[in-house]
Design a protein around this ligand. Structure first.
Ligand code: GRF
Length: 186
């Protein structure tokens, strides 16, 4: 069985979509959710789905936190790590050791970083979307695997636009996991 480990920090609607999906046709299974935010809704979602969840709250010693996260992920023996709303930059030790994909709410290379939706609006962009990419040591610089576009409406606020992006993100991240898993060793 190919083991999927989800990293998430917040609401967890993308994580929920992945948890709800059936990957048995590609020999995959979600085995754990790892979160860095105490009380995050994604932890409740994992519990409700009877999926192991781990909280690794940020500490002052970032290098120590990086090591603890690497040790935790290694212990979970992932075939694929899926960053689904995980709002921490992963150290090179982790990005070079594990196969990791990330979902980003913009059409990379445009609008990388933590405020992609806000930045697209501020730039007066007429379209944006979502990108699923491999994670490397940079910020949203890894090889693009899949993208989907949406139009930005004149009436859009950051919140309304982000919610519309999440709708396509949820579908694309599940489709991408289904596409990528068969290419990975156990
Ligand atoms: C997603 O839009 C993701 O691209 C971004 O954070 C959001 C997470 O949404 N990094 P949710 O917590 O899964 O609802």
């Amino acid at each position: 069985m190919k083991r999927i480990v989800i990293l998430a920090s917040g609401t967890g609607s993308l994580a929920q979509e992945i948890i709800n999906a059936d990957f048995s046709d590609v020999d995959g299974e979600v085995v754990a959710v790892v979160c860095d935010k105490p009380g995050a809704q994604v932890l409740q979602r994992a519990e409700a789905a009877h999926i192991e969840s781990y909280l690794i709250a940020m500490i002052d010693d970032r290098a120590q936190w990086n090591r603890e996260l690497e040790t935790l992920i290694a212990a979970l023996r992932p075939t694929l790590v899926v960053s689904a709303g995980f709002m921490r930059i992963l150290p090179e030790a982790i990005t070079t050791r594990f196969k990791i994909i990330n979902s980003h709410p913009a059409l990379l290379p445009a609008f990388p970083g933590a405020h992609a939706v806000r930045d697209a609006l501020a730039a007066g962009a007429t379209e944006t979307g979502t990108t699923i990419h491999w994670v490397d040591a940079g910020v949203d610089t890894g090889e693009v695997i899949a993208q989907e576009k949406i139009e930005i409406l004149a009436s859009d606020t950051e919140e309304s636009l982000h919610e519309r992006i999440k709708i396509i993100e949820r579908g694309l991240i599940v489709a991408t996991i289904r596409r990528v898993l068969p290419t990975l060793e156990q």
